[in-house]
Design a protein around this ligand. Sequence first.
Ligand code: ADP
Ligand code: NA
Length: 330
Amino acid sequence: MKKARLYSGMQPSADSLQIGNYIGALMQWRDLQETYDAFFSVVDLHALTQPNDPAELREKTRRTAAQYIAAGIEPAKSTLYVQSHVPAHAELAWILSTITGFGEAGRMTQFKDKSQRYGSDATSVGLFTYPVLMAADILLYQTDIVPVGDDQKQHVELTRDLAERFNGRYGEVFRVPMPVIQQDTARIFDLQNPLAKMSKSAESEAGVLWLLDDPAVTAKKIMRAVTDSEGAVRYDRENKPGVSNLLVVYAALTGRQIASIEDEYVGRGYGDFKKGLAEVVVAEFEPVRARAMELLSDPAELDRVLAANAARAAEVAGATLSKVYDSVGL
Ligand code: ADP
Ligand code: NA
């Protein structure tokens, strides 16, 4: 039987991915690639909506791809490619933008938040049409499911609306995708500010655990993570957000139940618990970091793998795009 299609991606917005990207996306992608015909892209066109140094952007893109592979996304099993290597993304985005309402795009909460923060002069039209490009990413591959964080749910809803609108207006071209919203328990918060989501683009790096950090730095950040004065290793999101966040990381990386970890640390202090967690995180990250460094030491080979995967992506995307062109009269 033909496997269902899956699409997901991340922006190359930092030199390293952070542990939230690993737990919330990469670990799940690694499992999903066994059951789905999966397309994973590094969305560098999306990254252009932030200010970037060109050479740095190119390097971040390569490093992000290397980390996908190092974390277990297999380029011979999944299609792992760089968005800008497949021109159909930009082409379909233009066509979809012509059926997207100005007001509809203006209602996207991520745009409202970001444009408010940047001010109108620093807000580009690209930031406004970002969700339309994301719709093109997804629809080009006749995607069945899109695993995303809940902050992207509205964008996948827009994608579904655009697919249905296009199909209604021009004939059945697109499969209408389903979002698969990431479990709340897989959400990781900043170690220094456990009420804010950990992010690659956090203002301060003190609370961010980078996949490619030196093990000593990782351990130090964990030892310094914000907790509380109770001293008990106990899950309570509301009253103990710091400790709860550390427990979630521990459980996600070991596959253990939170209750069993709480039991292990009954009567022991946060120092012991943090030391235990640091060992878990370092043991998980070390092979990933080593593999990523090995891949990055041979950029020509990495580029060859990415080019071969982009060619495969372009075949699928090109078939959809040519149906689209036919349907709209181009
Ligand atoms: P970032 O905020 O680090 O730039 P992105 O918005 O690029 O992350 O998200 C890339 C992927 O990583 C998405 O699938 C998202 O759901 C996941 N992700 C990002 N941050 C976290 C987090 N703190 N906890 C869990 N998953 C996360
Ligand atoms: Na592949």
